[in-house]
Each structure stands twice: as C-alpha cells, then as structure tokens.
Design a binder for this molecule. Sequence first.
Ligand code: FCB
Length: 466
Amino acid sequence: MTTAPRTPSAGSFPEDFVWGVATAAFQIEGATTEDGRGASIWDTLCAKPGAILDGSDGSVACDHYHRWESDLDLIASLGMTAYRFSIAWPRVMPTGRRAINDAGLDFYDRLVDGMLERGITPYATLYHWDLPQALEDLGGWRNRDTAYRFADYAAITQFRLGDRVQHWATLNEPWCSAFLGHASGEHAPGHTEPAEAVVASHHLLLGHGLAAQALHGGRRPARVGLVVNLYDVTAASDSAADADAARRLDGQQNRWFLDPVLKGTYPADIVEDFAAYTDLSCVQDGDLETISTRLDWLGVNYYSSFHVAGLDAPAVPVVGARPTPWVGTEDVATVDRGLKKTGMGWDIVPEGLTRTLVRLKKDYDAPPLFITENGSAWEDEVVDGEVHDRDRIEYLDQHLGAVSDAIAEGVDVRGYFAWSLMDNFEWAWGYARRFGIVRVDYDTQQRTVKDSGRRYAAIAKANGLG
Ligand code: FCB
C-alpha cells in the first residue's frame, strides 16, 4: 500500500522556519587516530568480529575531517542555512576527563568559522554516541561519574565555541545509547544486560541535566536542547494484551525520556515494569530536578512507528537473534500492516510524525520543537552519474507534509534537518545502508547530489529559507 506523495506548497511553513541537514562525527569524520583523538566505544565495537554488518569501521568514513571545507560548500550550495553536526568527545578529551586536546577543539573551531562564513548556523550536538573508551573502561554510562564528566566536557567545549555556537543539543537519542547499547547489544558498548540499560538511561539523563545546567551557566547565551528518537506506537487491536504491549513500548521508548525531562518524574507504570530488573536505586535525591532543568528546545528524530500486539507466551527465541532492546518485552510482537517499508525495513508512517508532534504539545506542553532527523535509506542506483531516488523524495515529501500538518494544528515546530547530508557509516549496518541526499562514492570520496537533494533544496527555497 502506498500513500500518494504530498508536495508541501510554498507558504506551508513559517517564514523563519529553519531548513538544515544533519550528520554525526563518527559517521562522517574518519581520521580516528589523528591529531590526538582518543579511542571511542564505537572504534572498539567496530573491531569486534561480526558487530558491523559489512565488517567496516569509522577510520575513513566520508573523510570529512579532511574535506570539511568542500562539505560546507556543498551544504551552502544546497541553499541550507543550518547544519546539525556533532562534536566527538574523544577529540576534545581523549580519555574523557582531565586533559584537553587543543587540536581537537581547533578542528571544530575551524568548522564553526567555516559555517558562519557561508551563512550557515551551527547546531552542535555534544554526544552522538562516541563515548571515550577510557570512560567505558571505568563503567561508561553505568557509572554515575560519567554524567559529571559529560558536564565538564560540555562546559569546556562551550567555553571555546560558545561565542559562535548558540544552539546546543546535549545528547542524541539516549534511548539508543542505553537500550541498544546495553540491552540488545546492537550498539556500543554491545552489552546485553537489561538492568544495565535502565541504569545507563538514568545516568544519560542525569548527564543531560548537568550539561544543560553547565551550558546555561556559561559566559555566553546558550539555547539548550535534547534530541530524542520518538515513535508513534499503536496497538494491533483493542484487546487488553495488545493495549498493554503498546503501553509498554511507548513507555520505554517515548515516555521514559520525555516524562523526566519535561515533567520531572519517571512514568510510574514503567518504573513498575522495570522493578523486576532494577530497584532504580541509581536515582538519587535531586536527580529529577537536575534532569528537568529548563529546556529551550526539543529535537525530535522521527523515522517510523510501531504497531504491536501482546502474545500469550514469549516469542520462541530464534537461534542467533538479538535480545529485544525493550526490557521485558519478549511477549510483544510488531505486526506487519503491509505498509511500504524503507531499505531499513522500517514502515513508512508519516501521519505518525504528525501524531507525535501533536502529542508533545498536548501531553507535554513541549518547548519549541525541531525535527532534528528524518530521512530514509534506499538501494540507490547510479545511472549516468545521477541518482534518481524517487522513493527518498516521496518519503521526504510525505514527512514534510506531516510536519506542516502539525504546524497547522498549532504545534510550534521551528525547523527541519534532513538525515542525512550524505551517505555515511550507518552504525551496525556499516556502509551498507545509504541515508544521504548526497551520494558518497567510498572509493573516490566523490560527492554527488541526488535528486532528493535537489528536491529538498527546492522546497527550502520555495519556503523562504529560514
Ligand atoms: C538515528 C541516528 C543517526 C542515524 C539515523 C538513521 O537513530 O541518530 O545517527 O544513524 O538513525
């Protein structure tokens, strides 16, 4: 089943709407051993046989560390006025604490200057999953101390860049760091201990709160945000079992992060569900006040939605299958609705984005929102040097339509960042999945704007470019 593509007309977005593209350090930079960068947990995971689908790593990636000037030219040539990038903690602090590596900060200093010279506003993410391995060796996000080290790193980075960078995101998708990193083991550090995932989620949120306070307390004005990956979760039927499956998945995926940050409490039903794994003694007095520190904006990464059913018995484990990232949900199944799927196998559900945004307004009275990531992977073909990626264009049009629907319903959405500027290292999938609106030929490092890149540039231009 396909939905007809929608074309957002000029004027569907506010005049000052921000149009941008997004990337992350480990996925594009390469140069993992240059200029004093320390090792990160993703370097370690990549070295583990079988962890990455195509056996690749981030040592070269898009070679952005050396090609950043032409990459910024590319962003400018698409007419973009905002760029969401991430800063690699192990470049700035090779062991995650104490020693600062000036050469690492210099790189981001030049990058930020390069953006400003081209009229591109920087949106910096401080943590897009590349924890210094030395901190992992001390317990990583299972260790409360990491939250304090993260706040130090935030303050140090802001001290250097804060005269030019105003928009800061603390963490990218803490759900992934906690649950893919510690429950399913698909992401670094690759653990499969549900209790660890819950504890890590709390320390990540605490790190967010402490870093937000540090950024607010800096010498320069900072607009502080957090980026979460939200999914619209629906029950396959109104049976009690299906409704409960939806409650649990929505609770772990969405409310577990939104409630503490925006309401100052953990959702009681999920605390109860987690009780079989941990008593949450990691939550200390005052933590929730720290976590709910004022947020100037919330970043929403949206890709898909889940349609779920509750099973009578836990699903029969398939040999070699990974454990579920959602703690204690072995009796929950995702149901195939027969919708069109992306190259990741993810259902395409644009209206789920509208529902997600409307919910943030209604249930959370959320601060201004940015779509900090949205995009799709496809098996692109190069024909006469061009990529006619119609599926990606359709996905883009539908999701921009979904954003403009939410705006029409009164949701305060301030901008959209396409994931991604260019094809890159897609974590456990290596280079085997391409999300770029620009193609990267990994043999030559040549960049080619895909049809979707041209389409996106045209939409942004028609809507006035914020
Ligand atoms: C998100 C990540 C981003 C990218 C997209 C496809 O979960 O934040 O780095 O991998 O998925």
